[in-house]
Design a binder for this molecule. Structure first.
Ligand SMILES: [Zn+2]
Length: 678
């Protein structure tokens, strides 16, 4: 029997567990090797792939291209040379096997990896699938005693995803590169992707919104209120858009000279424990707590899985099924002194009745991420692994615990006829917070004791001008969360695609904040102009839904691929005939391969319209658009004082400030022209 694992580490773990530590290691070429032992009285060989061993390939040049075949990866991708020894060893071992078991990770990718090996090197008529969610003894024994047939729906969905991504990527990338070559005779590497491009487009939208941001003013009325114990608190009592309204209210508040306590209400609020982790939630927590990128967290979690310490991490499920045996896991964890204390707290809180707080999200293949109950050997884990492991353990324990209970106090004050609310809170019952330390903290906010009818003197009232803020830049985890919220990519691929944007030079990361580069802005502009629906979230999501339908057996790979080819063929033909030349020039100029005919007055990039590039043009338009609103809020505001205030603000976008710094006159004449036009 030949068992195919996804990675060498998994092969070792499977062999160790199934042989009871008696497996013999046989070396192949390079780092490749295999394990031999007897299982249930029959010889078993465990070997491994190293991720994908096969990839799509076409011999045709140019675009559109719709013909392709699956070939060994090392033959079609020079950077995949390391896969060759594994391919050759599996090829050799496959010749002698009587039965093939796909024991790759139980998800779409794993199903495809094992399937391709058996299809190309072995015999699908003698193939089985091992299904497991963690590399523990009990799971693996169960999986290998009850092997099932090949999971064709999952395989088909996986193959379709590869074909779809390949068709998209190669055709649109070739269209972009071909245009530059035709326009400037230069070869540049540009890439586009079915999921990558809509994600980049979102990052670019945020970048442009930030760069061209013009803040709006608003006015806060702040009162210093004297408390019975002699101390004072400063409280914002009202907010106004217009300065005149704020000044008027401040006058009223000063003449009222005191505030009245209208109402004091208290109530308890119960905060339920968190859901068990799926991968996106684990990535978000690790980013919040440790600053890890989603891709890094995923890699660390996969290592913990390969060590047999936690269950399979690439899952979307927030559920722990009733079939999961919790007690043995708690017993295992309890062998560690610190976890023992937490397990005791949990058992006393719940009286031993352990019901997880399952979330709404589900995954057909795996439960939520949970510890297996196997403890790491002392000193075996590095810092990141130890952190992620501890987080997974504590999250798992918390989800069974009791709610935390807060006491909220809400005080309503009357300030010159306006209601102002202040709230305070303190913790009444710790509940799950006791188990999720130090990852959740509760903040208390103490309010002075006040009773209804009390009057408090106002010491002073002031009006403070503030400015609205630009949208926050994306972090990697926020971009992953955005992809999840619009339904593109999968939990296994999203983090990698975000990473890819940085590798391709489309985005940079500074102190955790992502920004789109010039190249990212240019490629997106071209894609949006000429392939707008190809990079739309809608179309990507549509195909994502189709892939899920293949997985559940309600449509076929052939149908989905055919409709994708049709969409692509249409767009690409129109592009080639009508737009390629123009787009090629535009791209080449932006990439510096061609000299732009006209350069932006501010930055020297190619001109979009008038004397400005696209970014500075948008900045100018935004300045013009916001001016009437500023005049409304600050009566009588002259254009030059408006522009001076914006130029000084640190909330104004970079492109806006550049424009005002270098060509203030341009903005002034635009505002004057608007005035004349009206
Ligand atoms: Zn410019």
């Amino acid at each position: 029997m030949l068992v195919i694992a996804e990675k060498p580490k998994a092969a070792r773990k499977i062999a160790e567990v199934l042989s009871g530590g008696r497996a013999r290691w046989c070396r192949g070429k390079g780092r490749a090797g295999y394990w031999v032992f007897e299982f249930s009285g029959r010889p078993m060989v465990v070997a491994s792939a190293v991720g994908h061993l096969f990839g799509l390939h076409t011999g045709r040049r140019g675009f559109p291209v719709f013909e392709y075949t699956w070939r060994p990866l090392w033959q079609v991708d020079r950077s995949a040379a390391y896969t060759r020894p594994y391919y050759e060893l599996l090829s050799l071992l496959s010749g002698r096997a009587s039965l093939y078991v796909n024991a790759c990770d139980y998800d779409i990718e794993g199903s495809v990896i094992g399937f391709m090996v058996i299809k190309k090197l072995g015999d699908l008529r003698r193939a089985r699938r091992a299904r497991f969610s963690s590399l523990t003894r009990s799971e693996l024994m169960r999986a290998f005693r009850s092997l099932s047939g090949i999971d064709y729906d999952m395989v088909e969905a996986g193959l379709a995803r590869h074909e779809l991504d390949w068709l998209w990527g190669i055709n649109v990338s070739r269209a972009l590169m071909g245009s530059v070559r035709a326009a400037a005779g230069r070869r540049v590497i540009l890439s586009a992707g079915r999921v990558q491009s809509p994600t980049l487009a979102e990052l670019v939208r945020r970048e442009i919104a930030r760069q061209t941001y013009v803040p709006l003013p608003f006015f806060r009325v702040v009162a210093s209120i004297r408390l019975p114990d002699g101390s004072t608190i400063r409280a914002e009592v009202a907010r106004f858009d217009k300065r005149a309204d704020a000044a008027e209210f401040a006058r009223e508040a000063r003449s009222a000279r005191a505030v009245h306590v209208k109402d004091v209400a208290e109530r308890s609020l119960s905060i339920p424990p968190p859901y068990p982790f799926n991968l996106p939630d684990l990535q978000a927590e690790a980013a919040r707590l440790f600053g890890y990128s989603p891709y890094y967290t995923q890699k660390v979690a996969e290592d913990l899985y390969l060590e047999g310490l936690i269950s399979y991490p690439r899952t979307n499920s927030q559920k722990l099924p009733p079939s999961l045996d919790v007690m043995p896991i708690l017993e295992g964890l309890g062998k560690d002194r610190n976890y023992r204390a937490l397990v005791d707290v949990l058992l006393s809180q719940t009286g031993g009745v352990l019901r997880p707080r399952n979330g709404p999200k589900d995954d057909p293949a795996h439960p939520a991420i949970h510890p297996t109950g196997v403890l790491p050997k002392v000193g075996r884990l590095n810092r990141a692994e130890a952190r992620i492991y501890d987080l997974v353990v504590k999250r798992f324990l918390s989800t069974f615990a009791r709610p935390a209970i807060y006491r909220f106090i809400r005080v309503e004050l009357d300030v010159a006829g306006r209601s102002v609310t202040m709230t305070g809170k303190r913790l009444e019952e710790e509940g799950w917070l006791a188990l999720y330390k130090p990852y959740a903290s509760f903040s208390e906010r103490v309010l002075p004791r006040l009773s209804v009818g009390q009057t408090l003197p106002i010491a002073s009232v002031s009006v403070e001008k503030s400015l609205t803020r630009p949208p926050e830049p994306y972090t990697k985890i926020k971009l992953v969360k955005w992809m999840e919220s619009v339904g593109i990519g999968t939990e296994a691929t999203r983090a990698r695609i975000v990473e890819l944007l940085v590798q391709r030079g489309y985005a940079t990361v500074v102190r955790g904040k992502m920004a789109a580069t010039d190249l990212g802005l240019t490629v997106t502009a071209i894609l949006e102009k000429y392939f707008s629906d190809l990079v739309s979230v809608e179309l990507t999501r549509f195909f994502e839904k189709k892939l899920a339908e293949i997985r559940s057996g309600s449509t076929t790979r052939e149908e989905v691929i055919m409709s994708a080819k049709k969409v692509l063929a249409e767009k690409l033909t129109i592009y080639k005939e009508k737009f390629m030349e123009h787009a090629g020039r535009e791209l080449a100029e932006a990439l510096g391969a061609l000299q732009p005919k006209d350069r932006c007055l501010v930055c020297g990039r190619r001109v979009e319209e008038g004397n400005l590039c696209r970014l500075h043009l948008l900045a100018l338009e935004e300045l013009a658009r916001k001016y009437p609103e500023w005049r409304e809020r600050l009566a009588g505001l002259e254009p030059h004082s408006y522009l001076a205030m914006v130029a000084k603000s640190r909330y104004a976008g970079e492109a806006v400030r550049e424009l005002l710094e270098k060509h203030l006159g341009l903005a002034l004449s635009r505002l004057a022209a608007d005035k004349l036009g009206k």
